[in-house]
Design a protein around this ligand. Structure first.
Ligand SMILES: Cc1cc2nc3c(=O)[nH]c(=O)nc-3n(C[C@H](O)[C@H](O)[C@H](O)COP(=O)(O)OP(=O)(O)OC[C@H]3O[C@@H](n4cnc5c(N)ncnc54)[C@H](O)[C@@H]3O)c2cc1C
Length: 286
């Protein structure tokens, strides 16, 4: 695996370097280097580091949203007080990714751009309706995260395009969110995961958003389940019916991490746990 390593000093320089046919962007390298070592993708001639780019390194609050640089390591996102206070589902998801060592180098942008169906940051960012900021040689654009993933390892990123930031609208007063996840062992990818965000008003679910991970070719919103539950009081029978809809909305595979049946079951269980009134606090991994 011989390649030339480029440490770009500016976004503009990185975009020029990344435009070459035989280039790969590297942030923390926790996915890319593993894939290269396992020969799951061809080795590039040029490795373009975007890790130290100032434009990708900031976390700031801007007009009711949190702007998280795509190159910010998970550990720094996790340590941010606004994230911890306002985005409990994202906090819970980041806290279970890999290990402390992985989180010190792995970036939020890398987790999304790698496009694993099991990427733990994706379900929370889907329910928070994050916007992704992208920069390419032909200019900048923004895209809703729900339009970003195309399939395992595939996104709408154009060749050489760089994700610069993730913009997360900060939830209003009374909004709640949760993230639940199951894996076989520590440091393993999720067998299944689910994030929920909503406001409980007079015992009813308002502005409910649900998203699941590791149960379809991409992380996905559970829109039929959301529509069924919106405005309804949280009752056991309603949750049971909603869990059935959620199980039918996902399309898991059977692999070493779990069977198709088990993954569907987990989604139903997570849904009930996330929405029952006694458990509407922040959740960690299930
Ligand atoms: C031991 C171990 C445990 C792990 N556990 C988990 C886990 O529990 N949950 C989980 O979700 N993941 C887990 N991972 C996967 C990994 O750590 C994450 O996906 C990580 O966030 C990837 O970020 P990175 O900065 O390391 O990306 P890199 O490996 O540098 O890049 C990944 C891909 O994204 C592209 N890319 C990176 N940043 C950008 C950008 N800004 N713009 C455009 N393209 C970009 C790269 O070109 C590459 O194709 C684990 C990995 C390891 C090694």
């Amino acid at each position: 695996m011989a390649y030339e390593y480029h440490r770009s000093g500016s976004l503009e320089e990185a975009l020029v370097l990344a435009a070459g046919d035989d280039s790969a962007l590297i942030a923390g390298g926790t996915d890319l280097l593993v894939a290269l070592r396992k020969r799951k993708r061809p080795a590039p001639r040029h490795m373009v580091s975007i890790r130290s780019l100032p434009e990708l390194a900031e976390v700031s609050e801007q007009a009711g949203s949190l702007h998280i640089g795509a190159g910010v390591p998970m550990a720094d996102v996790l340590a941010n007080t606004v994230v911890r206070e306002h985005l409990p589902a994202l906090t819970a998801a980041l806290a279970v990714i890999g290990s402390r060592q992985i989180r010190n180098v792995a970036t939020l942008g890398g987790n999304l751009c790698n496009a694993s169906p099991a990427a733990d940051s994706a379900p929370p960012l889907l329910v928070y309706e994050a916007t992704l900021e992208l920069a390419g040689s032909s200019g900048r654009r923004e895209i809703a995260i729900s339009d970003f993933f195309l399939g395992p390892g595939r996104t709408v990123l154009r060749p050489g395009e760089i994700m610069t930031a993730i913009r997360v609208p900060l939830p209003g007063a009374g909004a709640q969110s949760a993230f639940l996840r199951r894996s076989r062992v520590a440091m393993d990818l999720a067998t299944a995961s689910l994030a929920a965000a909503y406001t409980a008003r007079d015992g009813k679910l308002i502005n409910l958003r649900l998203a699941a991970g590791a149960v379809a070719p991409t992380p996905l919103r559970l829109r039929r389940t959301e529509a069924f539950l919106e405005g309804k009081p949280v009752a056991e029978e309603t949750l049971a019916e909603a869990a059935e809809i959620a199980r039918s909305e996902v399309a898991p595979i059977s692999d070493l991490r779990g069977s198709e049946w088990y993954r569907r079951e987990l989604i139903g269980v997570f849904l009930s746990r996330a929405l029952r009134p006694r458990s509407t606090r922040m959740k960690g991994s299930a």
